[in-house]
Design a protein around this ligand. Sequence first.
Ligand SMILES: C[S@@+](CC[C@H](N)C(=O)[O-])C[C@H]1O[C@@H](n2cnc3c(N)ncnc32)[C@H](O)[C@@H]1O
Length: 296
Amino acid sequence: MTIQQIKLPNHLKTNYLYLGDNLELMKSLEDNSIDLIYSDPPFFSQRNYTTTSKADNIERSFADIFNTLTDYLSFLQIRLIEMKRLLKSTGSIYIHLDWHSVHYVKVIMDSIFGYDNFINNIVWCYTGGGSSKKCFAKKHDDILLYSKSKNYTFNYGEVSIPYAKGTEVSTDEKTQKKYYLKSGNRYYIKRSGKILESWWIDIPNLNHNKLEDRHDYPTEKPRQLLERIIKTSSNPGDIVADFFGGSGVTACESQKLGRKWITIDISENSVNLIKARLLGNNSINEQSYQLPLNSY
Ligand SMILES: C[S@@+](CC[C@H](N)C(=O)[O-])C[C@H]1O[C@@H](n2cnc3c(N)ncnc32)[C@H](O)[C@@H]1O
């Protein structure tokens, strides 16, 4: 795949899907133009991933193979520097990784975004797949969350979860304030739900998801994960970018949640899937939805 396939936009065009190297696209975009970036890059797993979709019988593959760890980190670092430039000062960035490289990338992210702008290391837990008798089964991914300043969007109330089962909430007759009782003490509740912890165990990986939620793209992430991230760190009308588009989960969820999006992948299979997914998604009204199909 050559980069000529990208028609460089010169300015940020939203709801655009590109085919090519994300570095070329990012270099062409304006500073401080994006509200939220979700990045699910290669993990340095040194594996080839291939899946065949039951729906269309198309084989899709994605190679996560680099000569050395240093090569991998250079590949990522140069792109993370661009992402920081593109992010608005109120923006946030999520980098989705696992044990293969997250500890190295944390150090790189600290140097690019600043140690003080680190917000969370989200641990997304799942089950299923293989395991070894020589180690604990590696069943979580790490998602690093950084901001560009202290003034970032964080809609915790949009993704809060119900208080623990059995917690009976009462209302104080005089003040109308809500509280629950624990060991005889009153705990006043300021919110309608509990703020999420940084470990997420309630989103199953795609092996457990219904067929219609899966597109059989190698390393595809569940839409519920992106829904949570987008609701937390952006507002309707904001611009959400995913420069490692894969199955297009970020673009699709952004569209559903009323955000603008921009996405790219270097694989033609990926871009064809994203296009089909966006056009075929019944929640999208063809009239209000303009996918510039000639954009790649
Ligand atoms: C881990 S997958 C993303 C999966 C995606 N989050 C999903 O849920 O379907 C990484 C993707 O990055 C793409 N990719 C790798 N290097 C790239 C580059 N330089 N520019 C654009 N895309 C790239 C791969 O083709 C692959 O689809």
